[in-house]
Write a protein that binds this ligand. Structure first.
Ligand SMILES: CC/C=C\C/C=C\C/C=C\C/C=C\CCCCC(=O)SCCNC(=O)CCNC(=O)[C@H](O)C(C)(C)COP(=O)(O)OP(=O)(O)OC[C@H]1O[C@@H](n2cnc3c(N)ncnc32)[C@H](O)[C@@H]1OP(=O)(O)O
Ligand code: FAD
Length: 664
């Protein structure tokens, strides 16, 4: 057997559920599935969107090719009259970081969320027709996480009714904004507002960067690319930029003025809108990043699962086939929790999208009551899902053995493109510390204020602190109420313990800094409660299709009991579980893996990923791995000639012992 074609055919026959129905459950609805499937095929069948060769291209060629893809996509959007939703799917399936990500996911949302009605009327139609191209220039060389520490200034000049945008120091240079180095004509620049010598906080300003006719930078603007980033291909299709402003004048009406206004006379007016709305674009993008995590993790898991069924090692009897590596319990205990995590993140992402839509509607009606919770949820879940996904992609590489390290496995580029998600849009530790602030506040108010939303479980603080887990057999872990309660009790106990230790500090900020590592762990525990409970809520809905719900229940238990096993130190230290109960959970986990095993290939098929999206020989749908790996090796341009450049010059003289007289 040269390839694994028959192996995957056999595996698909083992499925105990309706794969087509599972595809719908994964997509969210039949309509969402059909839409997504149609756009995926449109991209996969268009040669301009080819991406297999991307890691082999030099930076300039890579970037130009990316510009070509965006232009082709825009043409398709117009010619096929694609809706905004379809256009977003198109960008997802093209799978190439580009300036349009910033245009549609940051520049436009920033104007929508922070602009006045007049500003929206002027800028949004231009941006939506791509007549201006915008980026999001917040981070500077010297400051990223600390937004209030930004140094760029926007000083109002009452003489001209303009703001003067200036970079007073080297460290104030804008550094990282995607799309800026070579493409964007405009940027939302975050700068310290200065009126009559007084600082009035950091605000967003629409600044034109380039001449719309010939694309040259405008006077006073120095702009360039910050250099190559991690990995081949990967995020290098994006032109992350550096910008320096030298007293650049912009009209007063280009400050985004929904939150606060500057009058013609240069007076600062603070509206009733909380200043945190200035950070609203980040809340939106963090929510998008959570939704994206399941897509990235499911890709890696799909590759590793298919390959694990094709790959065989050891155990051959009488010349018969060796064992499929997916049958090793160690492989299952590493792979199946990631498979279950992909589903868990899919469902929590769906819920977070709902939460964001709700908060957006409230904000439009000037109801800001749910903003703190939305901020804590998006920050915390962004941190949890991206960290787990980045680690998960790397684990999938290892699950594929040596071949996982080949670019043609599709995993290295996926990893290199994905990992910055742990840093951008808020470093993951900094984000967990935001959750910690929210939790500490919630815990300190428990005596007189009922917690709501995702912290509502803490209303039962007394019971959660006092009662202990009642599980006596492995079977008793198969109860969603029992599992969720264990996570809630552990989280409540960790948060309350942090609160009690914090109360011993005279200065709360000092205490917060001192205990920050424990606070991050308590925040993670709370975020895990959210993911686990949202999975349970999903299971309480009607899920059609033979065996679909049953398999999702299995995946829920795998996800939750795997986390419980991984963090059993917390569950034991807080006293909610006994060592025996933790051990029973682990026993149940092994039983669950054997339930996943016959369904593993069908479960990854249910992601409905095209071979184009996976861009992986190991993860091919047909399993034809070895012949295609062999073919790809000899198609590599490096194999164009048997004698590589440099052989005659540097190797042959060595073989002939003539190195000293050779010209090096
Ligand atoms: C490979 C691709 C993978 C995925 C992509 C998928 C989809 C994305 C699609 C497109 C995007 C494309 C690419 C993305 C490129 C990345 C772009 C960027 O990185 S832009 C820059 C992002 N920068 C940051 O995230 C900076 C992080 N820092 C902050 O957010 C803040 O400074 C801070 C850490 C929250 C602290 O703020 P500050 O010091 O001002 O505030 P305080 O700590 O004093 O807090 C005051 C008060 O406000 C609350 N608060 C803070 N932030 C928010 C908020 N966003 N909303 C609501 N409330 C907020 C805070 O909790 C405090 O509350 P209090 O305690 O007072 O009640
Ligand atoms: C690929 C990519 C694309 C990006 N695109 C954009 C863009 O389009 N626009 C834009 O404006 N920015 C962009 N950024 C910048 C990004 O948003 C920042 O890098 C990010 O917010 C992290 O900030 P930082 O670099 O200042 O990290 P730092 O804050 O310097 O972090 C360094 C370390 O310090 C730790 N740390 C920092 N503060 C604390 C604290 N209070 N407590 C404990 N630990 C702390 C962090 O955990 C981290 O370990 C991009 C970044 C990347 C990598």
């Amino acid at each position: 057997m040269e390839g694994g074609v028959d192996y995957l055919i056999d595996e698909r026959k083992k499925a105990q559920f309706d794969v087509e129905a599972m595809k719908v459950a994964w997509a969210g609805s039949r309509q969402a599935f059909e839409l997504s499937d149609r756009i995926a095929k449109l991209v996969a069948n268009d040669p301009i969107f080819e991406k297999f060769s991307r890691p082999m291209l030099g930076r300039k060629e890579l970037f130009k090719n990316s510009l070509r893809k965006v232009a082709h996509a825009w043409k398709l959007i117009i010619d096929l009259r694609l809706s905004e939703e379809e256009a977003k799917l198109l960008r997802h399936y093209i799978d190439e970081p580009a300036y349009t990500d910033l245009q549609w996911e940051m520049f436009i949302p920033a104007i929508e969320g922070q602009g006045t009605e007049e500003q929206k009327r002027k800028w949004l139609p231009l941006a939506r027709k791509m007549q201006v191209i915008g980026s999001y220039a917040q981070t500077e060389l010297g400051h990223g996480s600390n937004v209030q520490g930004l140094e760029t200034t926007a000083t109002f000049d009452p003489q001209t009714d303009e703001f003067v945008i200036h970079s007073p120091t080297l460290t104030s240079s804008k550094w990282w904004p995607g799309g800026t180095a070579k493409v964007s004509t405009h940027a939302i620049v975050y700068a310290r507002l200065i009126l009559d010598g007084q600082f009035h906080g950091v605000h967003g300003f629409i600044v034109q960067l380039r001449n719309l006719e010939n694309h040259t930078p405008l006077p006073g603007i120095t702009v360039g690319d910050i250099g190559m980033k991690f990995g081949n291909g990967a995020y290098n299709t994006m032109d992350n930029g550096v910008i320096r402003f030298n007293h650049v004048h912009i009209p007063r009406n280009q400050m985004l003025m929904r939150v606060s206004q500057v009058t013609r006379e240069g007076k600062f007016v603070q509206s009733d809108v909380p200043r945190q709305l200035l950070y609203g674009t980040m809340v939106y993008v963090r929510q998008k990043i959570v939704a994206d995590a399941s897509k990235a993790l499911s890709r890696a898991v799909c590759i590793a699962t298919r390959y694990s069924a094709v790959r065989r090692q050891f155990g051959s009897r009488n010349g018969g086939p060796e064992i499929q590596v997916i049958d090793y319990k160690t492989q299952q205990s590493r792979l199946f929790p990631l498979l279950a995590s992909a589903y868990a993140f899919r469902f929590v992402g769906e819920w977070l999208k709902w939460l964001y839509t709700d908060v957006k509607q409230r904000l439009e009606a000037n109801d800001f009551s749910t903003l703190p919770e939305a901020h804590a949820c998006t920050a915390g879940l962004k941190s949890l899902t991206t960290s787990a996904t980045a680690d998960g992609i790397e684990e999938c590489r290892k699950l594929c053995g040596g071949h996982g390290y080949l670019v043609s496995s599709g995993i290295p580029e996926l990893f290199a493109t994905y990992v910055p998600a742990c840093t951008f849009e808020g470093d993951n530790v900094v984000m967990m510390l935001q959750v910690a602030r929210f939790l500490v506040k919630t815990v300190s108010e428990l005596g007189y204020k009922q917690p709501v939303g995702t912290t509502a479980y803490m209303r039962r603080v007394t019971a959660l602190m006092q009662s202990n887990c009642a599980v006596r057999t492995a079977e008793e872990w198969l109860n969603p109420g029992v599992v969720v309660e264990a996570f809630e009790a552990r989280s409540t106990r960790m948060a309350v313990a942090c609160g009690q230790r914090l109360a011993k500090f005279e200065n709360p900020e000092e205490g917060f800094a001192e205990l920050s590592a424990d606070l991050v762990e308590a925040s993670l525990a709370h975020c895990q409660v959210i993911v686990v409970s949202k999975f349970v809520e999903k299971l309480q809905q009607e899920i059609p299709g033979k065996g679909v719900k049953r398999l999702l229940e299995v995946l829920f238990y795998v996800y939750a009991l795997f986390l419980l096993h991984k963090h059993q130190g917390d569950f034991l230290a807080t006293g909610y579980l006994t060592p025996k109960q933790a051990s029973l959970a682990n026993d149940q986990l092994r039983i669950l893996y054997s339930k996943v095993r016959p369904n593993a290939i069908a479960l990854v098929d249910s992601f409905n990923h095209t071979d184009h999206l996976l861009s992986s020989i190991l993860g091919r749908y047909d399993g034809n791995v070895y012949p295609k790996l062999y073919e790809a090796a000899f198609n590599d341009p490096f194999n164009d000639s048997d004698i590589a450049d440099g052989i005659h010059q540097y190797v042959q003289p060595m073989l002939r012992q003539e190195l000293h007289s050779a010209k090096l």
